[in-house]
Write a protein of this length. Structure first.
Length: 265
């Protein structure tokens, strides 16, 4: 019996496409590690026939992502990667300029401090410093967190245009992560309006039970909000009252990072 259905006919090219992408990324990683490599080396490393490795390298070369060295048959990374890297330069700058501020604030506030940016309908954490009083060892760096349930996400949402915000939230399921999560647009919009008015956003056990957080906006040279600086801690110590007390300190820290970013231009 032939199991090759209409569905498998549709999905097979997609699966093969994903496999090709995975192999192409592996090729780039190999060249990054080795500096340069030949077709045979690449083929052996990713366990494919030489002809497949040659086609992968040819496709990457056509895009400028790899190039042949003076010694024919050897490949290295191409300058096309610089174009791609340029897309994250601002994020790298935010991390670099924010590092000393985060370190100082984590000591001053005594809690974990993070820098996050918007990625699709998530807030992704770029940098973290754990304060002396931090509980646990959770590393938020690289973590995609829901924009509607985190202080960083709320700050980033609050300063989008109404149309941009609607687009981001349309892709968010807005699931109830805890009994305190805001899951209706009306309640969230009211919360975001308060965040814009006072200059910082608060999340009270909305992502996790027992976790409070507060965040302030980091701005680019032209005043656009490009990131959020947050502090988070356990509810028994990082109380709502305490959050409002230390908010001016966090805002000042975010403003300092903004000034440091502006000085780069």
């Amino acid at each position: 019996m032939n199991n090759y259905t209409a569905e498998s006919a549709t999905t097979a090219p997609a699966v093969n496409g994903v496999q090709s992408v995975d192999r192409a990324v592996s090729v780039l990683e190999i060249l990054a590690q080795r500096g340069e490599a030949g077709v045979s080396e690449v083929a052996a490393e990713i366990d494919v026939h030489k002809s497949t490795a040659f086609r992968l390298l040819g496709a990457l070369e056509a895009r400028g992502l790899v190039e042949q060295t003076a010694e024919r048959g050897k490949y290295r990374l191409g300058f096309g990667l610089v174009r791609l890297a340029g897309a994250v330069t601002d994020r790298l700058d935010i991390t670099q300029q924010g590092r000393p501020v985060c370190e100082r604030l984590s000591e001053e506030i005594g809690e974990t401090v993070n820098i996050a940016v918007l990625q699709e309908h998530f807030a992704v954490n770029l940098y973290q410093v754990r304060g002396p009083g931090a509980v646990g060892t959770h590393n938020w760096v690289g973590q995609l967190t829901p924009v509607y349930a985190t202080s960083s996400g709320k700050v980033l949402l609050a300063h989008l245009t109404e149309q941009e915000r609607a687009s981001v939230l349309a892709d968010s399921e807005m699931r109830k992560l805890t009994p305190h999560t805001l899951t209706t647009r009306t309640r969230l919009e009211k919360n975001l309006a308060e965040a814009r008015e006072r200059g910082y956003a608060v999340a009270l056990e909305e992502l996790e039970i027992g976790l409070h957080a507060v965040a302030a906006p980091i701005r680019s040279r032209d005043g656009e909000v490009v990131a959020a600086l947050s502090a988070s801690g356990p509810t028994y110590r990082f109380t709502e009252e305490h959050i409002h007390e230390i908010a001016p300190v966090l805002i000042a820290g975010a403003d300092e990072i903004s000034r440091r970013m502006a000085s780069l231009g």
